[in-house]
Design a protein around this ligand. Structure first.
Ligand SMILES: [Zn+2]
Length: 223
């Protein structure tokens, strides 16, 4: 009933959407897809090729400055009306499409890149977790938010340029009960992949776990 007075609008074009949809059908159709789930040695995988235990990686969309999707993903994370459903909806779409490839084959658990508790309190939600919920809903692969944790609150990654990003995220993650990730193929999930520094910092703490392998998923990848 509430929607009768406050109809939900597509965050990309502003048109009213029907039922429980987040995006309108036209905008979903025209998303700037990377098709990386169907391409081995894609540009997301190239960022982690030097990691021994890295299996595969893909982002759903190309993320470009000034493009409409940039503003939409900004809306997902920031501001008074930050809307984590945007990430959830995009993840559901991505999962349905990636399931037509072997991308999710063998993956045991989804691990969202954690936010520091302080930032989590400020924002009220971890967007990577909402993305995981969408992936989990469609694939049936469980999400785990307890084993990979953030121990330091680094400066905002978006405000840190170039090579400094690697330095900025060094030693900020830890694994609790690593034995529970023994023999697991985990999918590390983040919103936007830029240099891959944050995900590499996660891999650094997962690598020592015996027979633990990892893959990577992002909603967006900068070019
Ligand atoms: Zn639209």
């Amino acid at each position: 009933m509430k929607d009768l007075f406050f109809p939900r609008c597509c965050p990309l074009c502003g048109h009213v959407v029907e039922d429980n949809a987040v995006f309108c059908e036209d905008c979903i159709r025209n998303l700037p897809r990377t098709e990386q789930a169907f391409l081995r040695s894609n540009m997301t995988e190239a960022l982690f090729a030097h990691e021994d235990k890295f299996i595969r990686g893909a982002a759903f969309l190309f993320f470009e400055k000034e493009a409409p999707i940039q503003g939409t993903l900004h809306k997902m994370k920031y501001g008074l009306f930050a809307d984590p459903y945007i990430g959830y909806a995009l993840a559901c779409e991505a999962a349905a499409e990636f399931m037509q490839s072997d991308f999710f084959d063998g993956i045991d658990v989804l691990l969202p890149v954690p936010l520091h508790p302080k930032r989590l309190r400020e924002r009220g939600f971890n967007q990577a977790e909402w993305i995981c919920m969408g992936l989990s809903e469609v694939t049936g692969i469980p999400m785990d938010t307890t084993h990979l944790i953030r121990v330091l609150n680094n400066a905002h990654q978006a405000q840190t340029a170039g090579i400094k990003r690697t330095e900025n995220v060094k030693n900020i993650f830890a694994v609790t009960h690593p034995e529970e990730l023994y023999k697991k193929h985990v999918l590390l999930v983040d919103d936007i992949i830029t240099t891959g520094a944050t995900l590499q910092a996660c891999m650094k703490v997962l690598s020592p776990i015996r027979k633990c392998y990892f893959s990577v998923f992002g909603i967006g990848k900068t070019r």
